[in-house]
Design a protein around this ligand. Sequence first.
Ligand code: GLV
Length: 322
Amino acid sequence: MSKVFITRKIPEAGAKLLKEKGCEVDISAKDGVLTKEELMFALRGKKYDAVLCLLTDKIDGDVFESAGSQCKIFANFAVGFDNIDLATAKEKGILITNTPGVLTETVAEHTFALVLAIAHRIAESDRFTRNGKYVGWQPMLFLGTDVSRKTLGIVGLGRIGSRVAYHAGKGFEMKILYYDPKPNPAFEKEFGARFVDLETLLKESDFISIHVPLLPETRHLIGENQLKMMKKNAYLINTSRGPIIDEKALVQALKENWIRGAALDVYENEPALAPGLAELDNVILTSHIASATEETRAKMSELAATNIIEALEGRMPPNLVK
Ligand code: GLV
């Protein structure tokens, strides 16, 4: 019987699938992220064949060592996998998988929720109303910005970036600029989109939405210089990974009105926020929940389990990260 360790309670669809396939499943009893030491302790000597881990688990050579050489796969419950040392996994012949596809629509919905919320000042107005400050309709209260027919700059045209473009183009008739390692002529044709360099995208967009993975070359892709290139009335949206933006520079940009606002779901040093960020009114802060719907988290759980089952049954898992 194969043994699987799940590093934290997740929707039970995945564990159910694993059990149906005859796996013995242990789930961490801790109500929180396991520290590296706790994770290593949980794995050491237990002879797990697979680990289902989360983006909050730092998986490196020490963790692989603790899991032992019988452990074939670490299946990440996330599309991102910057928490895993891929080079060491490769060296040790450990398979690493992620959960792409099933969360695309949900993350794109959340991205668009942030676009609309920041443009229409939803969170600010909500706070104002709850705090008893609303005394009646006013002609100049919380004037925001229209989204329709504005220019959206998409940084990273993968699955999620493309789906955001769908909402922007089909729903809001937005003009679309995109920056990506390679052009996509079919996409350009469908959305009338323009392939541009980052500088052009920053200078011409009214809304900029980030959809790149965290890699050494994307860390601080948006820093002081890039923020200064943006239009003064532009908004920056990030549902990818926090360190893509230099958060300290963003706080300065928002304080000094280099840009009009930002909406973030991810942070440079999660769960900490850069000093001053939470005090600003021209930013919306959600808690890394872009894929957090019941349906999607259940699908992610099932997909992570499927990757494990395929690997344990000697087949190539569908979402192998290379
Ligand atoms: C969430 O951030 C994910 O990578 O799935």
